[in-house]
Ligand binder design. Structure first.
Ligand code: ADP
Ligand code: MG
Ligand code: ZN
Length: 597
C-alpha cells in the first residue's frame, strides 16, 4: 500500500519534467515578438546587425542592442539575399541538431508510457500490492461492525431466530458438536421479503457467537471483468477459512445464483462461472472447519436447483413479515433511544401498520422523530407517529394544494360514502379515520384499522370490502348524480379484487372452484415462458361477465345501504368539510346518535 503514493509521485514528476523540457526548449528564444513586416522594415532600414534563422523562427539584434523575435514564412527565399545585401551578419541553425533528445522523447515516450501503464495494470491483476484489487475480494468484506449486533436487536421473528440458535451454538463451540459426531449444515439460506431483517439476522449470529463476519453481495461477484467473480469467490472462502470460526454472508444471492441458462437472449457466462466456482467451494467445504455460509434472497424460486441441493444451502430459514406482536416489539427496539410522550402506545401503532416490515417500522420511528423535531417538540407524540405512518404508507400530505369548494364537497361525500359502509358493515374492519386532505396522489382517504392481522378472508368479508370500495362512487352518484375521476383508483382496486375472487379463489357460482389466474412469475426468468395457461374464448367471456357481475352487485348494494343511511351520509360529509379529518369514533358517534332519535 505504501508504494502507491510513490508510484503516483513518480508519474507526476515525469509528466511535469516533460512539460518543463518542452516549454524550455521552445522558449529558449528571448526578445520582443514583432511582426514579420516590422522585422523586414528593420532589416531594410539597416538597423538589424545580427540575425539567427532557425527553421521559420528568426531572432535578430538591432544596432541599439535590442532583441527581436519573429516568424517568417517557411520558404521566404528572398530573405537571405536581402540580409546579405545589407551586410547583416547572419547564421542559420539547424532545427534538428539540438533537439535530438526532444525528438526522442516525443516519438518514444507515448509508447513507453503505454507499456508502463500496461505493466502496471498487469501487476495489479496478479496480486502483490494493489490499488483496485481486481479479482481479490474487497478487503472491507470483513465486517468488524457486525459483531455489535445480537439477537436482542432482532424482534418479531422468533421462529427464525430459534432455527438459527443451533448455528450460533455450533460457532461458539464447534468441538462440542464434533465430539458427538454431529453434522452441521454448511449453508443456510435466509428467505424473506426485502426489509424483513435478513442482513440483520446474519450479523446478529456473528455477534452472538463473536465470530468473524464476511459480507459480500451477490452483485459484487458479477463484475465487468471476466473471471473476476470466480476468483473473488475463491478468495472469499480462503480468507474466511484463515479467520475461522466465522460466517460468510452472501446477500442477494439470486444475483449470481440464478437458475443457469435462464433468461431471454442467452445466459451470462461470467455469472455461470462465478456460480460454478461457488458450488465448487461449497462442496469442498466441511461445516466442521468452523465456517458457515449464510445467504439471503427474496427470490428463492429463481435460484439454481444446484445451490439448494443437500450439502450446499440445504437449510432454508424463512424470515416472515412480523405480525402485530412482532411489530410491537420491533417498534420497541427502534424507539429505545427516542424520547416518547406518555400517550404513545406502541401497541396501537403496531395495530395500525399491517404489512409493515422491520425496515418500514425502523423508518417509521425515524420519520416520527423528524416530524416532532421539525415542530421543535420535546417529545415525540402519538400524532407524530400517526403522521409518519400516513407519510410512509401514502406519501406526504399536500396541504398547500388549493382545492375549490365544490370539489372539496364532492371528495367529502365520496369519503363519507366509504366510511359509512365500512362503519355499518360488520365484516369490514372498523374505520380509523377519514380525511379530505390530499396525500400522495389521493384527494382523500378512508383508513381502516384492522383489529388483528388477517391471513385469510372469507367470501362475505371480501364482498364487504368490495362494497366499501364502491361506496365512494355510489355516494357521488346518489348526491350529485354525476361521477368524478376521483373514483378511478377505487374501481381499479375493486376490479382487481373481483378478478381474484373469481380466478384465484374460485368463489363465483358460475365458474366454480377452478384456479384460472395467470402465473405471476416474471417472463424474463424464462422458466415459465411456456407455462402460461390457455383459456378458451368462451371461458374468457364467462370470466369477464362474472367479474362485472360481482362488481356491479357490490355497487348496487352499496347504493342501497347509503340510501338507508342518507342522513348520516350528509352529517359525516358536512363534518368532513368543516374539519377535514374525522376519527372513526366520531363516525360511530354520528351513526349511533342517528339511531337513537
Ligand atoms: P433485509 O436484509 O431483509 O432486506 P435488513 O436486515 O437490511 O433487511 O433490515 C433493514 C433494517 O430494518 C435493519 O437494519 C433494522 O434496523 C430494521 N429491521 C428489519 N427487520 C428487523 C427486525 N426483525 N427487528 C428489528 N429491526 C429490524
Ligand atoms: Mg439485506
Ligand atoms: Zn375512494
Amino acid at each position: 500500500m505504501q508504494n502507491i503514493p510513490k508510484n503516483v509521485l513518480l508519474l507526476i514528476s515525469i509528466i511535469v519534467g516533460i512539460v518543463f523540457l518542452y516549454t524550455f526548449s521552445s522558449r529558449s528564444v528571448t526578445g520582443n515578438e514583432i511582426s514579420f513586416s516590422d522585422f523586414m522594415d528593420l532589416v531594410e532600414s539597416g538597423q538589424m546587425v545580427n540575425v539567427t534563422i532557425k527553421g521559420n523562427q528568426i531572432r535578430g539584434r538591432t544596432s541599439a542592442q535590442e532583441d527581436f523575435v519573429t516568424n517568417s514564412p517557411r520558404y521566404y527565399r528572398e530573405l537571405v539575399p536581402e540580409l546579405y545585401k545589407r551586410g547583416v551578419q547572419f547564421k542559420i541553425e539547424s532545427t534538428e541538431s539540438n533537439s535530438f533528445l526532444f525528438a526522442l522523447l516525443t516519438s518514444w515516450l507515448p509508447i513507453v508510457l503505454i507499456i508502463g501503464v500496461w505493466i502496471f495494470f498487469m501487476r495489479q491483476m496478479q496480486g502483490g500490492n494493489k490499488i483496485m484489487g481486481f479479482g481479490k475480494s474487497r478487503s472491507k468484506m470483513l465486517d468488524e461492525d457486525a459483531k455489535r449486533y445480537t439477537f436482542a436487536d432482532v424482534a418479531g421473528i422468533e421462529e427464525s431466530k430459534e432455527e438459527l440458535d443451533e448455528i450460533v451454538e455450533f460457532l461458539k463451540n464447534p468441538s462440542k458438536f464434533e465430539k458427538l459426531g454431529g453434522k452441521i449444515p454448511t449453508g443456510v439460506l435466509l428467505v424473506g421479503e426485502p426489509g424483513t431483517g435478513k442482513t440483520l439476522l446474519a450479523k446478529a449470529i456473528a455477534g452472538e457467537a463473536q465470530v468473524a463476519f464476511f459480507n459480500i453481495s451477490g452483485s459484487d461477484f458479477v463484475e465487468m471483468f471476466v473471471g473476476v467473480g470466480a476468483s473473488r469467490v475463491r478468495d472469499l472462502f480462503s480468507q474466511a477459512r484463515e479467520n475461522a470460526p466465522g460466517i460468510i454472508f452472501i446477500d442477494e444471492i439470486d444475483a449470481v445464483g440464478r437458475h443457469r441458462g435462464a433468461g431471454l437472449g442467452g445466459g451470462n457466462d461470467e455469472r455461470e462461472q462465478t456460480l460454478n466456482q461457488l458450488l465448487v467451494e461449497l462442496d469442498g467445504f466441511d461445516g466442521n472447519e468452523g465456517v458457515i455460509v449464510i445467504a439471503a434472497t427474496n427470490r428463492p424460486d429463481v435460484l439454481d436447483s444446484a445451490l439448494t441441493r443437500p450439502g450446499r444451502f440445504d437449510r432454508q430459514v424463512v424470515v416472515p413479515k412480523p405480525d402485530i406482536n412482532g411489530r410491537h416489539k420491533i417498534l420497541g427496539i427502534h424507539t429505545r433511544e427516542l424520547k416518547l410522550d406518555k400517550d404513545v402506545d406502541l401497541k396501537i401503532i403496531a395495530q395500525a401498520t399491517p404489512g409493515f416490515t422491520g425496515a418500514d417500522l425502523a423508518n417509521l420511528a425515524n420519520e416520527s422523530a423528524l416530524i416532532a423535531a421539525r415542530q421543535n417538540k420535546k417529545n415525540i407524540g402519538m400524532d407524530d407517529f400517526e403522521e409518519a405512518r400516513d407519510k410512509v404508507m401514502m406519501g406526504k400530505e399536500r396541504r398547500s394544494m388549493v382545492i375549490p369548494d365544490d370539489e372539496k364537497k364532492t371528495t367529502a361525500y365520496h369519503e363519507a360514502g366509504h366510511a359509512i359502509i365500512a362503519a355499518v358493515l360488520e365484516e369490514v374492519d372498523p374505520v380509523h379515520k377519514v380525511t379530505i386532505i390530499p396525500r400522495g396522489r389521493a384527494l382523500g382517504l378512508t383508513m381502516l384499522l384492522p383489529e388483528e392481522d388477517k391471513y385469510s378472508q372469507n367470501e362475505s368479508q371480501l364482498r364487504g370490502v368490495l362494497m366499501m370500495m364502491m361506496g365512494g362512487r355510489a355516494a357521488e352518484e346518489l348526491i350529485f348524480n354525476h361521477f368524478t375521476t376521483g373514483a378511478s383508483n377505487d374501481l381499479e382496486r375493486a376490479t382487481a379484487l373481483a378478478n381474484r375472487i373469481v380466478c384465484n379463489w374460485g368463489m363465483s357460482e358460475d365458474i366454480g372452484p377452478i384456479h384460472l389466474a395467470a402465473s405471476q412469475e416474471e417472463v424474463f426468468l424464462g422458466r415459465d415462458l411456456m407455462r402460461k395457461r390457455n383459456i378458451s374464448q368462451t371461458l374468457a367471456n364467462k370470466l369477464d361477465k362474472e367479474i362485472s357481475k360481482i362488481v356491479n352487485t357490490a355497487y348496487s348494494k352499496a347504493m342501497t345501504m347509503l340510501k338507508e343511511n342518507i342522513d348520516n351520509l350528509h352529517k359525516v360529509a358536512e363534518r368532513l368539510v368543516q374539519q377535514e379529518t374525522i376519527t372513526g369514533q366520531e363516525i360511530l358517534d354520528i351513526l349511533h346518535g342517528a339511531t337513537q332519535t
